[in-house]
Design a binder for this molecule. Structure first.
Ligand code: ADP
Ligand code: MG
Length: 310
């Protein structure tokens, strides 16, 4: 049994999340004029509502990766997953960070679990159905991990086909899901390589902070190597600007630089910096259910539509 979580009251909308007047407005998306006055409530660019599905699978596998920590990988995995599930997609979230933050963020006491993804990687004959768990979000399941996974990283080094361990583990359920999101650890080590080796594409969250572009060259280099050696079809699905603070010029400038560097790869959806996200971790549920009408929830819904349209 999971231990009960501390009670956290439902949030009142923050001022800047209400539909009425906003103190400083939101980033509009698209062209960016850093000198412009703050704009009104964000005007979401038209991205079509995805068509409903009558049957499910085979899954698109998306690795959410950036070797920098604290850029919103885990938060984006949970909330993009939940938004995709709202659009009727069957979603599997893979916690591929030994810290287990994805599992914790979904209210799973990962350290108490008997079986995790570690067992799937290391034990022949381990059953994926015994490890997959439902989440509070209908249509979204979780493949949890905990600190055991750090041992797998060490043990895998000497295995044959060490880069394909995750691909082998999820293969039996590819037909069952529409989207599989892999939350990578903040490193370019063997676990992340495993994710990139079995993914169709990579989604890169990038914080709108001064040093965020540092390290991206190394990430691109790694993607190139994975393409050459392991997965020639690996695509960059897109770059997601996170931790955007519409009140500061600096953060707008950083996003502008990201757009200059990556053009159309940058998603229209921008994730603002708001206390809502740390709150959802305590609540153990996605923002789409915790604060369904918030700007943050809407941004992840837009991201979900963009992902489905790409
Ligand atoms: P990563 O997985 O890249 O290390 P996380 O998603 O865990 O990053 O986010 C790091 C921390 O920042 C967490 O405490 C999370 O709650 C918080 N956070 C994530 N996204 C936002 C956001 N848009 N605004 C404010 N805090 C955020
Ligand atoms: Mg994380």
């Amino acid at each position: 049994m999971d231990t009960p979580r501390p009670f956290t009251p439902r949030p009142e909308p923050l001022d800047h999340e209400t539909n009425g007047e906003e103190p400083y407005g939101d980033y509009e998306g698209g062209e960016l004029d850093v000198a412009a006055e703050p704009v009104g409530r964000h005007r979401l660019k038209e991205v079509p509502e995805p068509a409903p599905l009558t049957e499910h699978g085979p899954a698109r596998v998306i690795a959410v990766a950036n070797q920098k920590g604290g850029v919103g990988k885990t938060t984006s995995t949970i909330n993009l997953g939940a938004a995709l599930a709202e659009y009727g997609r069957k979603v599997l979230l893979v916690d591929f960070d030994p810290q287990g933050a994805l599992s914790v963020g979904l209210g799973v006491q990962a350290h108490e679990l008997e079986t995790t993804i570690y067992n799937l990687l290391m034990e022949r004959g381990a059953e994926i159905d015994e490890v997959i768990r439902p989440t509070t979000v209908e249509g979204m399941d979780l493949l949890p991990s905990n600190i055991d996974l750090s041992a797998a990283e060490v043990q895998l080094v000497t295995e044959v086909g060490r880069e394909q361990a995750l691909g082998r583990a999820i293969k039996p359920v590819l037909d069952r899901y529409d989207v599989i999101l892999i939350d990578c650890q903040p490193s370019l080590g063997l676990l992340t390589i495993n994710a990139l080796a079995c993914a169709d594409s990579i989604l890169i969250p990038l914080a709108c902070e001064f040093f965020s572009l540092r390290g991206v060259a190394l990430l691109m280099d790694t993607i190139d190597k994975v393409r050459e050696r392991l997965n020639p079809d690996l695509k960059i699905l897109g770059i997601l600007a996170t931790m955007f603070d519409p009140r500061t010029l600096h953060t707008k400038e950083v996003r502008q630089r990201v757009v200059e560097a990556f053009g159309d790869l940058v998603f229209e959806a921008v994730i603002n910096r708001t206390v809502r996200f740390p709150e959802t971790t305590v609540a153990g549920e996605p923002i789409t259910s915790w604060a369904p009408t918030s700007n943050g929830a809407e941004s992840y819904r837009l991201l979900a539509r963009e992902v489905l349209a790409r």
